[in-house]
Write a protein that binds this ligand. Sequence first.
Ligand code: CA
Length: 218
Amino acid sequence: MSGILIAEDEERISSFIEKGLRAAGYTSHVVTNGGDALDFASSGSFDLLVLDIGLPGLDGFEVLRRLRSSGSTIPVIILTARDSGADTVAALESGANDYMSKPFRFDELLARIRLRAQDAVPADRSVLSHGDLSLDTRTRRATIGSRTVDLSAREFGLAEEFLRHPDQVLSREQLLSRVWGFDFDPGSNVVDVYVRYLRAKFGPEHIETVRGMGYRLR
Ligand code: CA
């Protein structure tokens, strides 16, 4: 593990990020096209990828899709053009951990990098299990006993959060900020909806509702 990979074809932006990261004590490496972004990010040598959507060669979406389908769990923060809400949603759905809209302040990006780099899964803890439930965070496989369960990227993220904190009550706000990772409307019922999806797939007894507080993995 040796730092941050920056995939950005605009030199002005990449050098701005690189200088800021150096000042904050991080090492970084810049690539300027999608093919290199995929190769370097897949190498296992980086803690986190800052990924521009508009890259030559493979665009950022394609890089992200290929990374996730090959089982890579490297945290990814995407950079989108301002006012491209559709891009943002698409990127988060394809497995990005967070996003920044250009133009952005460096300290905002740094805060997100610090947060997301901590989520990186150490190699020896790639399999999380509790009772008969187990998740391999590298291959993105979920199993109950000997049965494999198909989970979407977001369902997997939610299941992972529960397995990292078994028997703990997790509030909707905690789950929103950790799994969805951005300023989601706190009145949103997206957590409840996804808990329902997980119960349907795992069996209802695995996730308990704690009235007025949140949910708990049993
Ligand atoms: Ca670009």
